[in-house]
Structures are given as structure tokens and as C-alpha cells.
Design a protein around this ligand. Structure first.
Ligand code: AMP
Length: 195
């Protein structure tokens, strides 16, 4: 199996690139943010809970998020692998993911971390907010909080993969296709090494 963590701050392009990577490598795209938004739209209990955190730009608690992630993985017993988009976002989640994948006799092959500077992120998110209607993309204070949460709680998860030799920084600026090219090259290098 090929399991990839696509990492980076909000607005780095994880969702956009995941769609393209899924198409190219035949993987399952798993975005915890998408699962939460689906539940918010359908007004489920999980949706109500998630909304109270998401609308402020804070993380949904680990125990809830880890549970969701496991359930989503279980829905795809036969797959070439997963692209984890927006998960893990804390060290606790990273450890839980490793342990869980271990029970399935698989593991994360690599973490691709998109690098984009903060002002560019804010600009991208405000533009996205106009089209997507996502409440957490329309208010600059909430956007800044999400970036702070990333810097304080999420970026450390990169270190977790770095110590395992799985961390790859990717320049996340430029045209969508250029960034995709960089991601693809990294993945193919890894595939080349493992075959
Ligand atoms: P995203 O679509 O990945 O930007 O996620 C949107 C929001 O959903 C985030 O700002 C968090 O509030 C919440 N969320 C998504 N994934 C996670 C996660 N792995 N851990 C905690 N909260 C999450």
C-alpha cells in the first residue's frame, strides 16, 4: 500500500493537490475537514460538535477526530493506499495513525509538506472564502487563528515524520501544475526506491 500524509498550513493547497494525486496514483482521498463539513451540512451530532470548534478556527478534539479517521479508513478495506489530507494535525493523532496502520500491517510511506508563506496563505484563503462560502475562510481573524493553531499544535507533527526519515518539504508556491509536478517527483522517487 502507498499511504501519504499531505501536510501543510490551511490554504497550502492540500485539497487541490489531493484530487490530482488521487487521480494519478489511484489512492483514496481522506480529508477529516471534508468529513466534518459533510456532517455540518447534514446537521448530525458530530456536525454540531465539530462546528463549534471549526467556526472559531480551533482543532476538533483528538479523540473525536481519531475515531472519525479510523471509521473512514475502515470503509475502504481494499485500496492501493490513502492520501491523508489534514490529518494528523497533532502529535497524538500522528501516533494514533501509526498505531492504527500497524494493526492493518501497513504504514505511512511519506509525508509531503507544502511550504507557503503566511501572507500568501491569508490571501488564498480570503479568495477561497468568497467562492466556497466556508465560514472559517471569510474572517481574517479566524484565518490567522487557524494559522497560529497550525504553527503551535500542528507543525510539530512534521518532526514526528522527520525522525522516521519520511518528511519531504515541497515548495507550495507557483502554478497548481508545477506544485503537482514537485509532489509527483517525490512520490515516484520513493516508489522507485521501494520497488
Ligand atoms: P481543513 O478542511 O483540513 O482545513 O479543516 C477544516 C477544519 O476542520 C480545521 O480548521 C479544524 O477545525 C477541523 N479539522 C480538520 N481536520 C482536523 C484534525 N485532523 N484535527 C482536528 N481538527 C481538524
Amino acid at each position: 500500500m502507498l499511504n501519504i500524509v499531505l501536510f501543510g498550513p490551511p490554504g497550502a493547497g492540500k485539497g487541490t493537490q489531493s484530487v490530482k494525486l488521487v487521480e494519478k496514483f489511484g489512492l483514496v482521498h481522506l480529508s477529516t475537514g471534508d468529513v466534518f463539513r459533510y456532517n455540518i451540512k447534514h446537521e448530525t451530532e458530530l456536525g454540531k460538535l465539530a462546528k463549534s470548534f471549526i467556526d472559531k478556527g480551533n482543532l476538533v478534539p483528538d479523540e473525536v477526530t481519531i475515531d472519525i479517521l479510523k471509521r473512514e479508513v475502515e470503509k475502504h478495506p481494499i485500496t492501493k493506499g490513502f492520501i491523508f489530507d489534514g490529518f494528523p494535525r497533532t502529535i497524538t493523532q500522528a501516533i494514533a495513525l501509526d498505531t492504527f496502520l500497524n494493526t492493518k500491517n501497513t504504514s505511512i510511506a511519506l509525508m509531503l509538506a507544502l511550504q507557503v508563506d503566511e501572507n500568501e496563505l491569508v490571501k488564498r484563503l480570503l479568495i477561497r472564502g468568497k467562492d466556497s462560502g466556508r465560514a472559517d475562510d471569510t474572517d481574517e481573524r479566524i484565518i490567522r487563528n487557524r494559522i497560529n493553531v497550525y504553527n503551535e499544535q500542528t507543525s510539530v507533527a512534521a518532526e514526528f515524520y522527520n525522525t522516521q526519515g519520511k518528511y519531504h518539504a515541497i515548495n507550495g508556491t507557483g502554478k497548481v501544475d508545477e506544485i503537482f509536478e514537485r509532489l509527483t517527483e517525490s512520490i515516484e522517487q520513493i516508489l522507485g526506491k521501494s520497488s
